[in-house]
Write a protein that binds this ligand. Structure first.
Ligand code: MG
Ligand code: ZN
Length: 228
């Protein structure tokens, strides 16, 4: 019984990986670098993206907004006059709490791949299953906010382990919170030793330059992949 369940889960992830590869091929063919941006609900992904759009120079960015329902975040991003596509998991994908490769596949025809260099996929806010599904990205990053507490890396290790960059957001609130930054960073290193981390305030803009530089370098990865 257990073995059957495990096999079904493995088959589902194999199928996901195949579709993710097809997405990646489409992105590479258009020379578009792709970031899968993940976080818990309310960590500040959309605010960080709004700041990033304003700060990016010489890189044409587009956003694929993943949400269970509604267009609240997509409407905010669209206000910055860049291509944005909404992908809702409800209706259509059973209200899933994450994006998978097949959902992203369904949105590919709607993406302005000829008009962008960088696609940021804002995943559904959730620290669990988004980490399990590749969607065709070149890089994975996550946003964690200090309002979530120091223990999150220990409670959701896969999410913190699967990302190459961890943005620690809302540092403007440090003086007001009972948040032990050193303890958080020690917890982060316990699950993903030495992972790159950036302390930022998307609200004030403090510390976001290295993040914007990291984003701006992603399209070059697609080009490298294309050439290989
Ligand atoms: Mg959002
Ligand atoms: Zn999920």
């Amino acid at each position: 019984m257990h073995r059957t369940k495990i096999r079904v889960a493995e088959d589902a992830l194999d199928a996901n990986a195949t579709i993710a590869r097809a997405n990646r091929d489409d992105f590479d063919r258009h020379g578009v670098g792709v970031v899968n941006l993940m976080s818990a609900p309310g960590a500040g992904k959309t605010t960080l993206l709004e700041r990033s759009i304003e700060a990016l120079e010489g890189v044409r960015i587009g956003v694929l907004e993943g949400d269970v329902q509604g267009t609240i975040d997509a409407d905010r991003i669209a206000g910055h006059h860049i291509p944005v596509t909404q992908l809702n998991t409800d209706p259509g994908f059973g209200g899933e709490c994450h994006l998978d490769a097949n959902m992203v596949r369904s949105a590919v025809p709607a993406l302005a791949l000829d008009d962008i260099d960088l696609l940021v996929i804002e995943n559904v806010g959730n620290l669990v299953c988004p980490a399990e599904f590749r969607v065709g990205e070149d890089a994975r990053a996550m946003v964690t906010s200090i309002t979530e507490g120091e223990d999150k890396p220990l409670k959701y290790p896969l999410m913190f382990r699967t990302c190459e960059l961890v943005v620690v957001n809302k540092i403007d609130l440090l003086p007001h919170l009972d948040f032990d930054l050193d303890r958080f960073l020690a917890n982060l290193d316990a699950v993903n030793p030495g992972v790159r981390r950036l302390l930022v305030s998307a609200k004030t803009g403090e510390g976001i330059e290295p993040w914007v530089e990291w984003l701006a370098a992603i399209p070059a990865r697609a080009a490298v992949t294309t050439a290989a």
